[in-house]
Ligand binder design. Structure first.
Ligand code: F6P
Length: 342
């Protein structure tokens, strides 16, 4: 068999271990692997790809990013592009394709599968918002980075008796904020799923001061909406029609308003793309390896239109169409648990 593999959407640590696992398992099956460059862009127009053998993936297990490159290209926006992907898969002689990506990339994969293409997905996104799987590749590495940052910010916040607002990624789901905040001992976490007002945040800070806590760390998801502060989205959108959340500056706006209302000296840290950089955590290396191996096994079983997913400690098949139907939001119980420590 000839198997293609691509990585699409925002990068994150763990993509390279997944690519390595696909190649190593495919070789065991006697397959050839073709690495497609830059996500779906590599299957449009003049294709960009490279053969991958175990020699090519040697040493990439601890490497962040993706050796194949990625992009937010969306072939579904143009019927001619869908046809190009189909034609190019044929021209390259691909019997099957492994698409490693988050909800956007997997939505494209689900659609192309419905049109008859032999596709298998692998769920990755530091946002952890793909349904059907407990964890996506990249999430554990991201929250480890957030927790490490909160540890560091604690010492400076306490030395200066300041409020520190920490903005983290998370478009519609606040997994990174809640789990990172739990692990790093945040004093308040604001996520898109749970409505918050600036008045209650400030009250909380004042109550903490009254209790003798003269510093606070507040974690805010970039996609959170907070009543009482105004944010503006600019006109730019990516190929999946998402607004640029980094341009909303929610952290900065909230920090300024906290200082104005409470008089507490406040500073803001935006963790941004640091959360997607560096070496994958051990958890992500193992998860990516297990999912990459299973993806190739699914191809050999003819289980197309599925992705391997982690449920408990098992890897189970989940239909791509189900995985992308609705985003996986933060479990209210988990948020309540985090509130115990506010
Ligand atoms: O991959 C998802 C994500 O991490 C979102 O949380 C964030 O809004 C977005 O990527 C930003 O991505 P980029 O700056 O690469 O477009």
């Amino acid at each position: 068999m000839k198997i293609g593999v691509l990585t699409g959407g925002g990068d994150c640590p763990g993509l390279n271990p997944a690519i390595r696992a696909v190649v190593r398992r495919a070789e065991q099956h006697g397959d050839e692997v073709l690495g497609i460059h830059n996500g779906w862009a590599g299957l449009l127009g003049e294709t960009k790809s490279q053969p991958l053998t175990s020699r090519d993936v040697s040493g990439i297990l601890p490497l962040g990013g993706t050796i194949l490159g990625t992009s937010r290209t969306n072939p579904l926006r143009n019927p001619a592009h869908i046809a190009q992907v189909e034609q190019n898969m044929q021209n390259l002689g691909l019997d099957a394709l492994v698409a490693i990506g988050g909800d956007d990339t997997l939505t494209v994969a689900a659609h192309l599968h419905e049109r008859g293409l032999a596709l298998v997905g692998v769920p990755k996104t530091m946002d952890n918002d793909v349904s059907g799987t407990d964890y996506t590749i990249g999430f554990n590495s991201a929250v480890s980075i957030v927790a490490d940052a909160l540890d560091k910010l604690h010492t400076t916040a306490s030395s200066h008796h300041r409020v520190l607002v920490v903005e983290v990624m998370g478009r519609g789901a606040g997994w990174v904020a809640v789990v990172g905040g739990l692990a790093g001992g945040a004093d308040y976490v604001v996520i898109p799923e749970v409505p918050a007002t600036i008045a209650e945040i400030c009250d909380h800070l004042q109550t903490r001061r009254a209790r003798g806590k003269d510093f606070s760390i507040i974690v805010v998801s970039e996609g959170a909406a907070i009543q009482g502060v105004e944010t503006h989205d600019d006109a730019s959108r990516d190929a999946f029609n998402h607004v640029r959340l980094d341009r909303r500056n929610i952290g900065e706006i909230v920090g300024r308003e906290i200082e104005r209302r409470t008089g507490f000296e406040t500073r803001v840290t935006v963790l941004g793309h640091l959360q997607r950089g560096g070496s994958p955590s051990l958890f992500d290396r193992v998860l990516a390896t297990r999912l990459g191996v299973k993806a190739v096994d699914y191809i050999h079983e003819g289980r197309f239109g599925y992705m391997p997913a982690l449920r408990g400690n098992e890897i189970v098949p989940v239909r791509l169409a189900d995985a992308v139907a609705t985003p996986k939001l933060v479990d209210p119980e988990l948020y309540e648990l985090a509130r115990t420590f506010f």
